[in-house]
Every structure is written in structure tokens, then in C-alpha cells.
Design a protein around this ligand. Structure first.
Ligand code: GRG
Length: 296
């Protein structure tokens, strides 16, 4: 049983490690100054680094040796950041604020924000390919996993389905598909790639895929619950805003009580999948609880 303090230490240590790696790779880039500044602006804007922490927890569930290959997690955070920059653009959500600060296109301009996103996306693959701690076979596999998770079969598919679903009623099943692709695929990559490098078996990875699926849904249902119950300022989004009212959410479909019940169901399924993956005493288990009770 992992106690809260131990989990906090694990999260903080790995967050620091990833921040350091992100800074190191971006600051040494020899590229046009405005592009570099805009990439660094969004990377350093205070993200929770949940996905890299999941990667580390998944590696740690199967392997206690020091994980020197951090590029799969750094690449993942870069792709997550690119997706947020593009999601905030006028052509998409048209947001002025992200994490309580001006969005990239507000701080710089639209063209710069588009290019900063493009640059983070492509640079992420370069990082994996140049990682001296990975074998060629590992590089190929990781690039395959990451491109599938973030591309037209993964996150990008989720984004277009989400845009198409705006302002029309969707079923619970359609909502789950959108979130599984838009949010869940990157979680799945984090967990799969960590377990793969930690040398989990194929069967364990199949169970972890199921865990990741439910973790993505827990994350999203909690996001929707926080939209109506969260403290303003903490979530970085206005509570009860027009945006929140128009969105297809679990709370809209099931009511607040129904959404909370659904979350409990997802937590149960996630825990069962972790047992099946022999990872029940890992940080992954505590992270599932952390995801379901987070307040921002
Ligand atoms: C533009 C191709 C493209 C995709 C965008 C992820 C995404 C797809 C859009 C983000 C919109 C959104 C608010 C989705 C809800 C789930 C989500 C990804 C929230 C943000 O993730 P956190 O909480 O963010 O991990 P931080 O700020 O901590 O990095």
C-alpha cells in the first residue's frame, strides 16, 4: 500500500526530472528566436505533467532500475502541449486563457502559435530518434505507438469528432468514444510505452491498455464534475460558463449524481485491470485514485 506522502514524492521527483529534460532540450535549440520563445512559453506555463508521471509509474511497476530513457515522456508532454496550443486557437475553442495565463496566440500571434504547435509535434519524434538510451528497435516501436496515439487514428480523430459533436446531442457511447480518442489515447501511450521499456509482458500490456482506457474516462468524468463543482480559479476555467453549458458532458447526460456513479464504475474497472496486469501495488493504482479525486 503506497501512502499519500510516498505518492507525492514520486510525482514531485518525476515532475522535476521531466521539467529539467524539457528545459534542456528546448533551450539548446538553435531555431528562430520567436519560434523558440513561443514553444518555451507554453511548455513552461505550469502543466501538471500527468502523462510523463504516468509513463514513469508504468515503467516503475515492472522495473526498479533507473529509467534513463526519458525521451518518450518528454516527447509526449510536447505533443500534449502542441494539442493545447492548437485547441485554444480561434478556429477551434478560441480561448484567451490557459492555466490562468494568456494562450499562446494571445501572447504571440496566430501564425506563431500554429507554428509553435507544429514544431513541438515534429520535434518530439526527433527526440526519440536521437535518444542514446534507446535501441533502434525500441525507437521504431515508440515512434509507431506515439504516432498512432496522437495522429488521425488517435487524438486528432477525437478532436474532429468533438468539433462535429458540438451543439448537437450525443449518446453516452459517442461521448466515451470522443474522450477515449481525444484524451485517452495519450494516456494509453504513456502507460504502454513505460511498461514496454520496463519490460512488461505482452499480456500485462494488454491489461494495462484496459486500465489506461478507464483512466482516461475517469480523468474526463472528473473534468466534467469539476466544471460544475470546482472552485473558480482552481480549474483554470470559469464554473458554469457558456462554454461549459454548451459542451456535451457526463453531467449533462447523466446528472451530477449519475456522473459520480459512472466515475465509481470506471474506478472499479481500472482497479480490476491493474490486478490483471500484476500492477496492483504500483503507483498506477494510487494515480487512478488521484485522478478521480483531483480538484483541478
Ligand atoms: C488540436 C489535434 C488537437 C487536439 C486537441 C487534448 C485536446 C485535443 C484538447 C484539449 C481540450 C481539453 C480541455 C480536453 C480535456 C482533457 C484535457 C486534455 C485536459 C488538459 O489536460 P491536463 O489537465 O493539462 O493534463 P495540463 O494543463 O495539466 O497540462
Amino acid at each position: 500500500m503506497i501512502v499519500q506522502q510516498e505518492l507525492n514524492d514520486f510525482i514531485n521527483t518525476n515532475k522535476e526530472l521531466i521539467q529539467h529534460e524539457l528545459r534542456h532540450h528546448l533551450h539548446q535549440l538553435d531555431v528562430p528566436e520567436r519560434l523558440k520563445a513561443s514553444m518555451i512559453y507554453s511548455i513552461q506555463a505550469g502543466g501538471k505533467r500527468l502523462r510523463p508521471v504516468l509513463f514513469m509509474a508504468s515503467y516503475n511497476a515492472y522495473n526498479h532500475d533507473l529509467n534513463k530513457a526519458l525521451s518518450p515522456a518528454v516527447a509526449l508532454e510536447m505533443i500534449h502541449t502542441y494539442s493545447l496550443i492548437h485547441d485554444d486557437l480561434p478556429a477551434m475553442d478560441d480561448d484567451d486563457l490557459r492555466r490562468g495565463q494568456p494562450t499562446n496566440h494571445k501572447k504571440y500571434d496566430e501564425a506563431t502559435a500554429i507554428l509553435a504547435g507544429d514544431a513541438l509535434l515534429t520535434f518530439s519524434f526527433e527526440l526519440i530518434i536521437n535518444d542514446p538510451h534507446l535501441t533502434d528497435q525500441q525507437k521504431i516501436h515508440l515512434v509507431q505507438l506515439l504516432s498512432e496515439a496522437s495522429g488521425p487514428k488517435g487524438m486528432v480523430a477525437g478532436q474532429i469528432l468533438d468539433i462535429e459533436a458540438e451543439k448537437k446531442a450525443v449518446s453516452l457511447e459517442e461521448l466515451e468514444t470522443i474522450h477515449t480518442l481525444k484524451t485517452g489515447e495519450l494516456f494509453r501511450y504513456a502507460i504502454r510505452s513505460g511498461a514496454y521499456l520496463g519490460e512488461a509482458t505482452h499480456e500485462q500490456i494488454v491489461h494495462l491498455d484496459e486500465f489506461a482506457h478507464y483512466l482516461g474516462l475517469i480523468f474526463q468524468v472528473q473534468d466534467d464534475i469539476l466544471d460544475v463543482t470546482g472552485e473558480p480559479g482552481k480549474t483554470g476555467k470559469p464554473v458554469g460558463s457558456d462554454e461549459a453549458n454548451e459542451k456535451n458532458t457526463y453531467v449533462k447526460l447523466l446528472g451530477l449524481e449519475g456522473a459520480i456513479e459512472k466515475k465509481k464504475y470506471y474506478v472499479k474497472k481500472a482497479n480490476k485491470a491493474l490486478y490483471d496486469a500484476n500492477a496492483e501495488s504500483s503507483y498506477l493504482m494510487s494515480l487512478a485514485d488521484y485522478f478521480s479525486s483531483r480538484d483541478h
